[in-house]
Design a protein around this ligand. Structure first.
Ligand SMILES: Nc1ncnc2c1ncn2[C@@H]1O[C@H](COP(=O)(O)OP(=O)(O)OP(=O)(O)O)[C@@H](O)[C@H]1O
Length: 865
């Protein structure tokens, strides 16, 4: 015992305690446990042996942690039931269809189709096959398995889904009584105790909501059974006789663009109601005393209810029907011994919460939304009450949700029953509804890689064909064909996605045919790609051809432009040359006139007037002279005019002796360095000096000079033009060529003259003259043209100063002049036979005057020619 006591006593506290830093938190004992609990002996022994406290695992395990109260995730005020509608045709149904009792509300005409199905064995086979292809299967009383059709399974977009967590699942073969017992009975009991409750049926169109709520006469639904139980109960228990019941039925219709409207189904014709939150103004409540009255009222309301024919239901409810059974207590409750309050049992038959395209009609969107709200809101309220209310407050936009707000917020007891159809073709609707309710239920998704939702399924092009499919039996063949078509198409589409997403599955034997399809598709793709490439190459080739054509065109245009430029250059050159020639024409004119004057002076022995020269020189400045035009046109008339002009000028010069004018014009002619002109001018001076005695020019000399001009004109013009562009050294030789022999001899005479004495002051002219004289001296023989040319400024200078040049008639020059005259005469005589260029005309039309003849004789005699 002592040993035991020692072992149980706490160990002595060690003097030094080693505390590990950062020990595992789990290993640390909580202070309360260490204080209250005692360590086991084994641990103490080990601790004593090693000096280190052992991990108090036993202590920890012995701790009794207070378990928190597990609140039910699902409020007891909300229960979700699921009822599976049986597949369309049963043999039993066929037997009962004929004897099916008519209930108080309109019968569904689909029974006719059912009868037809039963009479037609082929249709019956198809229907049986449909039975085998149910999409939903009952696992147990709380869960179901939803299996997608084979086509959707191949899509991998939907897999088998297991939905569990239902309060109860009613199989297809369940009865209305089963539904009532499991679902309504608890609510009714509470109702009879004074607790309000609500029951609503949700589901796609034709899934059995109305059937569940109202049923038939033979197979009554929730409402008839409830009413029956209520009145039976009240009959059985006389204690509740103080209660009174009232019945009110109304519907909420929703139309596009018109909002929601509420109608009293027990009222008169104009029984529109106004829904204000949870109260409805104007709703008529009818007191019911017995079951018959109640059923009669319900039948009356159902006849007023808005229905329509859809693809799913020939009498589809297009409104939310709300049945209110209100129990009023007139005394105290026996159970609570408290004053009883009114209770309300609300049963709601919602409109179809199906897809629009399935029904083919324009379903009331708000009704569908109400269904969604009813599920979504009720799920969130129990978990997050405050936030849920705030969150869902915005969702109570519909009249029904506002009216049922207390139920949806979990303040009152509510039960929902989801009705679904079991057919394969109803998979989408069923899945849609179950997913709407999935936040509430414990739903375990099995092998679902990608959630299947409505939007994804809508993406398939063929899925919309269900819109026009009627679920009547004669249409089943069409449904199957359409379904198979969809399946094949979708499988192809999905296979492509599968192969892209998961190429490892290519080796799967199931997909061998798909692999072939893939190869074919790749082949098609490559073929199309090659076609596209070919087309692109064709286009490129065409563009290249066009570009080459443009290049050729540009080359041609370039060649043309080059030719044009060449032509223009040639024209420019010719124009330049012509301009030069034109500029030389005045010089030629001067030569001509000088020659004429020289001849005139010599023949008439009078000073040759410089008027002619002066006139031409004047025009040389920039004004085209008449003579120039004459020479350019080269016509007979112009020649005559020239002759006349020469004669006139000679005549005028003989009369006026206009030397001042000559001086001016000669000065202007300085800008035109025409050697010939100057030479001739000097020659004219000389001849003037020599012929002072004979002022009147002889006709013969005039003619001779004219012929000479004509004969020398062309050469002079061209060479004068060239001489302008040539340096002075070249001009000498040209002048040499231009001058006739007589001019040369005359020039030689001029060399002998004392021109220097006559030279006037102008230094520029002097310099030029000096230069020219030097050049002339360097020239051998007969090259005397340049000095003669340089003599021009001399005469000009003399005229400018108003001084008459000194005239000295040298004997040698006279001889030369006579020779020149003889030469001219000979030339004149020789020119007469030709007669083209004025000579003939001149000789014929203008015979020599007497004076000229006399002058010739005298010259001939005196000079001994
Ligand atoms: N469980 C069931 N057993 C036998 N027949 C059923 C069952 N459920 C529905 N039916 C039949 O299916 C047809 C359509 O049912 P019901 O009119 O109740 O569908 P619904 O969901 O109300 O359609 P809607 O929303 O368009 O009004 C009815 O003829 C009904 O008798």
């Amino acid at each position: 015992m002592e040993e035991k006591q020692k072992s149980l006593s706490p160990p002595p506290c060690p003097s030094t305690v080693t505390v590990r830093r950062n020990p595992p938190r789990k290993a640390r004992a909580t202070p309360c446990t260490t204080a209250t609990k005692q360590q086991p002996l084994s641990s103490l022994a080990s601790a004593n042996s090693h000096g280190v406290p052992t991990f108090p695992i036993d202590e920890i395990l012995s701790i009794q942690i207070p378990q928190p109260e597990i609140k039910p995730s699902v409020s007891e005020s909300l229960k979700i039931f699921l009822r599976i509608k049986p597949l369309k045709t049963f043999t039993k149904v066929t037997a009962t269809a004929k004897s099916r009792p008519r209930n108080v509300w309109p019968q569904n005409p689909s029974k006719k189709n059912i009868a037809k199905e039963n009479r037609n064995p082929e249709i019956a086979k198809r229907v049986k096959r449909k039975e085998e292809e149910a999409c939903i299967a009952l696992n147990d009383s709380y869960s179901v398995t939803l299996t997608p059709p084979q086509a959707l399974q191949e899509l991998k977009r939907s897999k088998t889904e297991v939905y569990e967590g239902f309060s109860h699942v009613f199989p297809a073969d369940c009865s209305q009584k089963d539904v009532y017992d499991k679902m309504v009975q608890p609510l009714l009991e509470d109702f009879m105790k004074g607790k309000s409750g609500m029951l609503a049926a949700l589901g796609p169109s034709g899934s059995g909501k109305t059937h569940t709520v109202f049923g038939t006469l033979k197979d009554p639904g929730i409402v008839p059974i409830t009413l029956r139980r209520i009145f039976n109960k009240s009959d059985e228990t006389s204690s509740d006789s103080f209660r009174s019941f009232n019945l009110s039925i109304f519907e909420i219709c929703s139309e596009r663009g018109k909002g929601e409207k509420a109608y009293d189904l027990l009222g008169g014709e104009s029984s529109e109601l106004s829904v204000q939150q949870s109260t409805i103004r104007g709703l008529k409540e009818v007191s019911i005393q017995n079951l018959e009255e109640a059923e009669s009222l319900i039948g009356q309301a159902m006849l007023k209810r808005a229905t329509a024919t859809t693809n799913s239901n020939s009498q589809s409810s297009r409104s939310q029907c709300i049945i209110n059974i209100r129990a009023s207590c007139n005394g105290f409750s026996n159970e609570t011994k408290m004053p009883s309050s009114d209770s309300m049992l609300t049963i709601v038959d919602l409109a179809g919460a199906e897809r629009e395209k399935r029904t083919g009609n324009q379903p009331p969107i708000l009704l569908t939304m109400n269904t969604r709200y009813m599920l979504a809101v009720t799920v969130r309220v129990p978990e997050e009450p405050k936030e849920g209310i705030a969150e869902t407050s915005s969702k109570f936009s519909g009249s029904l949700t506002r009216y049922l707000r207390d139920y949806l917020e979990g303040k009152k007891r509510m039960a929902l029953i989801l009705t679904v159809k079991a057919g394969e073709e109803d998979y989408l609707d069923t899945s849609y509804l179950l997913r709407q309710a999935s936040p509430y239920m414990k739903i375990k998704f099995d092998n679902t890689e990608e959630p299947c939702n409505k939007r994804q399924l809508k993406t398939f092009p063929r899925a919309e064909k269900n819109k026009k499919i009627k679920l009547s039996v004669p249409k089943n063949s069409q449904i199957e064909e359409t379904f198979n078509g969809e399946r094949s198409q979708i499988s192809q589409e999905v296979y492509l996605q599968e192969t892209k997403a998961d190429p490892t599955e290519r080796s799967s034997p199931k997909l061998e045919h798909v692999a072939q399809d893939k190869n074919e598709r790749e082949h098609i793709i490559m073929r199309n790609f090659s076609k596209v490439l070919w087309n692109v190459l064709k286009q490129c080739n065409e563009k290249l051809k066009v570009a080459e054509g443009e290049i050729c065109t540009l080359k041609d245009s370039l060649r043309r432009e080059q030719l044009k430029s060449l032509g223009l250059e040639t024209e420019l050159i010719s124009l330049k040359s012509s301009c030069l020639v034109e500029s030389c024409i005045p010089e030629v004119e001067a030569v001509v006139h000088a020659k004429e004057e020289a001849s005139g002076y010599e023949s008439s022995k009078s000073p040759v007037p410089s008027k002619n020269q002066s006139v031409n020189s004047e025009e040389n400045v920039g004004i085209p002279s008449v003579t120039t035009h004459v020479e350019n046109e080269d016509t007979e008339l112009s020649k005559d005019q020239v002759k006349d002009a020469v004669r006139d000028r000679c005549h005028l010069s003989s009369q006026n002796d206009a030397e001042p004018r000559q001086s001016v014009n000669s000065e202007e002619n300085l800008g035109i360095p025409s050697a010939t002109t100057h030479v001739e001018t000097e020659d004219t001076e000389l001849s003037r000096d020599q012929n002072q005695d004979n002022p009147t020019p002889s006709q013969e000399f005039v003619e001779v000079s004219q012929d000479y001009i004509n004969s020398r004109m062309s050469n002079v013009q061209t060479k004068s033009a060239i001489s302008r562009r040539c340096p002075d050294s070249e001009k000498h030789e040209r002048n040499r060529r231009l001058l006739p022999a007589s001019s040369r001899s005359l020039t030689e005479e001029m060399n002998g003259l004392d021109i220097k004495d006559i030279q006037i002051e102008k230094p520029q002219v002097k310099a030029v003259k000096t230069r020219v004289q030097k050049k002339a001296e360097s020239i051998h023989g007969q090259e005397i043209e340049v000095p003669a040319r340089e003599a021009e400024p001399t005469s000009t200078k003399k005229q400018r100063n108003g001084q008459k040049p000194k005239r000295r008639l040298q004997p040698a020059s006279s001889v030369l002049l006579t020779r020149e005259i003889n030469t001219l005469e000979i030339e004149d005589d020789m020119a007469e036979p030709k007669g083209n260029r004025g000579g003939k005309k001149t000789t014929v039309s203008q015979p020599r005057s007497q004076g000229s003849v006399t002058l010739l004789r005298l010259l001939t005699d005196n000079l001994h020619l």
